[in-house]
Design a protein around this ligand. Structure first.
Ligand SMILES: Nc1ncnc2c1ncn2[C@@H]1O[C@H](COP(=O)(O)OP(=O)(O)OP(=O)(O)O)[C@@H](O)[C@H]1O
Ligand SMILES: O=C([O-])CC(=O)C(=O)O
Ligand SMILES: [Ca+2]
Ligand SMILES: [Mn+2]
Length: 638
């Protein structure tokens, strides 16, 4: 597993890293080699190149000025200045803490030799509520029984602050350089951050540990340990991981992967490879992750997802940023899409048991969910249009960054005072209709979701195999700048495999696996636009959720497959002439636009962005034959 022993076991003399000692103590040769040849990074992103350069005197003083002005944003208080002011007595440690033997056996050692006073190990949701209410000033119980918390300065993920340790293994396998989400760090810098996180956790009066599993397929189950400072983070992971039975917990043993979440404490911006006081560091070989300077809980779930994106393809299992459900006849659908395109909303379907809303694997026996819970966006959530998700927001659910009435504690789901990215985390069985265990046979339909804020892509179209690959690799959606005053232009974003931020291998490795699996199992691919119609953002309107649901129903009933089709210009998409429950005039986007010239201009402009984005993938990497690469390229808009 780990390539380097714990700092204290290695017997590193203080400062031993900066001046390699003449007669090395018990330090592994690989580590010494790494220190001797300072990190070499041929493909290092420009950003990181700058970070590593020693600042000259002028820049340094400018930086210091900046530092004085901007005391770490992550230290901003998370307290709500309202709510109960009840004083509680301190609670006794759960007897389970002692039984579990953590302090004796499993506690990560730091050179400082500190140990936490109390470890709260796998507390129940009720106990975690009590701790959150006692120690986290942002925590409140809302009228539905859910626990509302605030994540502090960071209310979304920080992709620019993610680092992956580049060592012997990852150097060869991971996708580095231009276009990749993987910014490197060296092992020593990782250990510095790890030590910082562990030392922080150790000076707290108590820390929380949650042990659980990922991957519903028993053959691929992995044990994950989360060590964190906040009760709400422990409850979040209780919801998002697969919860162990009492027996499984007793026999848990050594975890396969450990997250040290010291989110309330910042990184040191002047450490190597750091660009801010936030850092999310993944060390594949050590099977560890360190979080500093962000309390946004999504970092933990997406950190594990990134790790699965590395480990699963090694076993020829495809990891997917997708939702998944199963029909009454056992037909499985995958819902791919970037954030906010509808994976959670559309995979939650009263007639089709939910397998999962966000992270899946497709292996030789079919699909399985990675997680044990869902993390639903809840901005604008309405009980009428999303009743299942609304009902899931009850006791045990973590509500991150929502706003509620001071007196009644009724949540106002329309309020974006804290962020647009409000979230609800609940265990998967809080959805009425779920498939347990969360596994299923090979998918029959693969639905690629995009939210086209330009309003030029049809609400539904059937894709040929090369088109499916082209759109999967492109990973298109559009962001609306709706929250900023005066900004009305949508912005096209492309994220490879509909989850570029989480890829560890080159996108073509995942694409090649998907193509092979879809062909082998005869899956049909669809492109569903859950975005705008009748004009771009600002002129047109977002397609009604009820229409999108009718489209999804018609895919599942087989009605769309049997429909007559017409082709669209430029993207050459096959659009059904009729779809039950959807006005036919909505199906061809051009028909909805008053200004046809403007439509064509917008369409051409989007096509141009697609083509320019795709250039980087044209060769197919080392993962796809020239022949297939050319076929996929042939599916580009003309
Ligand atoms: N026509 C539509 N189809 C789907 N969702 C819609 C539609 N119109 C509005 N919405 C809203 O868009 C949002 C889709 O978000 P959803 O949580 O499903 O995203 P996601 O793909 O799961 O993203 P993430 O990966 O960030 O969790 C929901 O808030 C939903 O109510
Ligand atoms: O991970 C998150 O923060 C939310 C999410 O599902 C995504 O962004 O895809
Ligand atoms: Ca989601
Ligand atoms: Mn997601």
């Amino acid at each position: 597993m780990g390539t380097v022993p714990d700092g204290d076991q290695a017997g590193l003399p203080n400062g031993g890293f900066t001046t390699p000692p003449s007669s090395p103590p018990r330090v592994e040769q690989s580590l010494l080699d790494m220190i001797a040849h300072q990190p070499r990074a041929p493909n290092l992103h420009g950003l990181q190149r700058l970070q590593k350069k020693a600042p000259d005197a002028g820049t340094a003083s400018k930086e210091l000025e900046g530092m004085e002005r901007s005391l770490s944003a992550t230290l901003t208080s998370v307290a709500r200045r309202r709510g109960p002011t009840v004083t509680r007595g301190s609670l006794p440690a759960s007897p389970r803490d002692e039984e579990s033997g953590f302090l004796a056996n499993h506690w990560p050692a730091s050179d400082a030799g500190l140990k936490p006073t109390t470890v709260f190990h796998n507390l129940s949701p009720a106990e975690l509520y009590e701790k959150a209410l006692q120690f986290d000033r942002s925590a409140h119980v809302v009228s539905s029984g859910a626990l509302a918390v605030i994540s502090g300065a960071k209310t979304g993920r920080s992709p620019k602050d993610k680092r992956v340790v580049r060592d012997g293994e990852t150097d060869a396998n991971v996708w580095w350089g231009e276009g990749s989400p993987n910014l490197e760090m060296d092992e020593r810098s990782f250990l510095i951050n790890r030590e910082r996180a562990v030392d922080y956790l150790n000076i707290l009066d108590h820390v929380y540990v949650f042990d659980g599993f990922v991957n519903w397929d028993p053959a691929h189950r992995m044990k994950v340990r989360v060590v964190c400072a906040l009760a709400y983070h422990a409850l979040f992971m209780h919801n998002m991981l697969i919860r162990p039975t009492r027996e499984e917990l007793e026999n848990f043993g050594v975890p396969d992967f450990t997250i040290y979440n010291a989110g309330p404490f910042p990184a040191n911006r002047y450490s190597n490879y750091m660009s801010s006081s936030t850092t999310v560091d993944i060390h594949i070989s050590r099977r560890e992750m360190v979080i500093l300077g962000t309390q946004y809980a999504g970092e933990m779930k997406k950190g594990i997802f990134s790790v699965m994106h590395y480990l699963m393809p090694l076993q020829n299992i495809l990891s997917l940023h997708s939702g998944c459900n199963i029909g009454p006849k056992g037909d499985v659908s995958l819902f791919f899409g970037l954030s906010g395109t509808g994976k959670t909303t559309l995979s939650t379907d009263p007639r089709r048991p939910l397998i999962g809303d966000d992270e899946h694997c497709w292996g030789p026996n079919g699909v399985f969910n990675i997680e044990g819970g869902c993390y639903a966006k809840c901005i604008g959530l309405k009980p009428q249009s999303e009743p299942e998700i609304h009902r899931a927001i009850r006791f045990g659910t973590v509500l991150e960054n929502v706003v509620f009435e001071d007196d009644t504690r009724e949540v106002d789901f329309d309020a974006n005072n804290i962020t647009e990215n409000t979230r609800a985390s609940y265990p998967i069985h809080y959805i009425d209709n779920v498939r347990l265990p969360c596994t299923g046979p090979h998918p029959k339909n693969v639905i690629l979701l995009c939210c086209d804020a330009f309003g030029v892509l049809p609400p539904v179209s059937r894709l040929s195999e090369p088109q499916a690959m082209y759109h999967f690799i492109s990973g298109y959606t559009a962001k609306v700048a709706g929250t900023e005053v005066g900004v009305t232009e949508p912005e096209a974003t492309f994220s490879a495999c509909f989850g570029g931020a989480f890829l560890l291998w080159h996108p073509m490795k995942y694409a090649a696996m998907l193509a092979e699996k879809m062909e082998k199992h005869g899956a049909t691919a669809w492109l569903v636009n859950t975005g705008w119609a009748g004009g771009s953002y600002g002129t047109g309107n977002r397609i009604k959720l009820s229409f999108t649901r009718a489209i999804i129903d018609a895919i599942h009933s087989g009605e769309l497959l049997a429909a007559e089709y017409t082709n669209t210009p430029v993207f050459n998409l096959k659009v059904p002439k009729k779809c039950p429950g959807v006005p036919s005039s909505l199906l061809m986007p051009e028909a909805q636009w008053a200004d046809k010239a403007e439509f064509r201009k917008t369409l051409d402009n989007l096509a141009d962005r697609f083509r320019r984005n795709f250039v980087q993938y044209e060769g197919g990497g080392a993962y796809i034959s020239k022949d297939i690469a050319d076929k996929i390229k042939g599916a580009a808009p003309v």
